[in-house]
Design a protein around this ligand. Structure first.
Ligand SMILES: Nc1ncnc2c1ncn2[C@@H]1O[C@H](COP(=O)(O)OP(=O)(O)O)[C@@H](O)[C@H]1O
Ligand SMILES: O=c1ccn([C@@H]2O[C@H](COP(=O)(O)OP(=O)(O)O)[C@@H](O)[C@H]2O)c(=O)[nH]1
Length: 235
């Protein structure tokens, strides 16, 4: 396989699937099946999931919620999604652990790098919930932080589009996709790959990012097998 240890960031928003809210069991099963194949191929898989299908702090602030409480609600939403994915993986016969950045035993163990590495080495999927545990950050930042921390080979950002484009492909039909692009070019073109906090953390720690469409089943394995899927952001 192309990578030995990956940090897979899954979008909370994608988890709602066609129903447009909450958790879609179809999407959960598709993600679980794809992750199972990666584990069976010997890849160590750590996962960070967003919470956008349930709550986003900024949305709450727009409706009069206190921003910090809204962000805390968003972080709790990522833990709900983490448990849902853990359950889907276990149903599929995959051993999976939820580690939380905020203490909440017995729902999940408190996150520590050493613990994550120990479970990964034992072939378990490690799902890290609770974001960074701090408000004013995003799940992309949590994914970048954990990717660097656990020394992943790459941060795989699974999303709704199949890579990084010259402009937002959902708004501009003439946008063209990059197979690869450097961090500097993303900055200079002002492209939206991740929020800049997350993006810069990756750049400064030489963590490559691969943006790809996780909603097309089989894409994760294609990518791991070295097929040209998505866009690689490199130094
Ligand atoms: N240059 C670009 N290339 C690709 N996608 C872009 C670009 N600019 C904006 N986008 C948009 O960014 C969205 C993904 O953003 P993000 O909020 O990080 O998603 P997620 O909820 O999957 O984490 C895509 O659905 C796409 O419409
Ligand atoms: O370290 C973090 C990670 C997440 N969040 C909150 O959790 C919400 C859900 O995460 P996000 O929107 O990043 O998820 P996604 O877009 O991937 O569904 C965010 O809006 C933030 O309010 C936060 O405050 N700190």
């Amino acid at each position: 396989m192309k990578y030995n240890r990956i940090l897979l960031k899954l979008s909370g928003e994608s988890l709602q699937g066609a129903q447009g809210y909450g958790l879609s069991t179809d999407v959960l099963h598709s993600y679980a099946a794809q992750i199972r194949q990666a584990v069976e191929a010997g890849v160590q898989v750590a996962v960070v999931i967003g919470g956008g299908n349930i709550f986003r702090g900024l949305q709450g602030a727009g409706r009069g919620f206190d921003r910090v409480k809204g962000d805390q609600m968003g972080m709790l939403a990522t833990i709900i999604n983490s448990l849902a994915l853990q359950s889907a993986l276990e149903n599929d016969g995959v051993r999976a652990r939820v580690l939380t950045s905020i203490r909440m035993e017995p729902i999940g163990e408190y996150y520590a790098k050493a613990r994550a590495l120990e479970y990964l080495a034992a072939g378990e999927v490690v799902i890290i919930g609770g974001g960074t545990s701090n408000p004013f950050f995003t799940t992309d930042s949590a994914a970048a932080l954990r990717a660097v921390e656990i020394e992943a080979d790459v941060l795989l950002k699974g999303t709704r589009v199949d890579g990084v484009y010259t402009a937002d492909p959902e708004k501009d039909p003439t946008a063209e996709k990059f197979d690869a692009i450097s961090f500097d070019e993303v900055y200079s073109r002002g492209l939206k790959v991740m929020d800049l906090t997350a993006f810069t953390l990756c750049k400064e720690n030489r963590m490559p990012i691969k943006v790809f469409d996780m909603d097309t089943e089989g894409n994760l394995m294609r990518l791991l097998a070295g097929e040209k899927i998505g866009t690689l952001v490199h130094l």
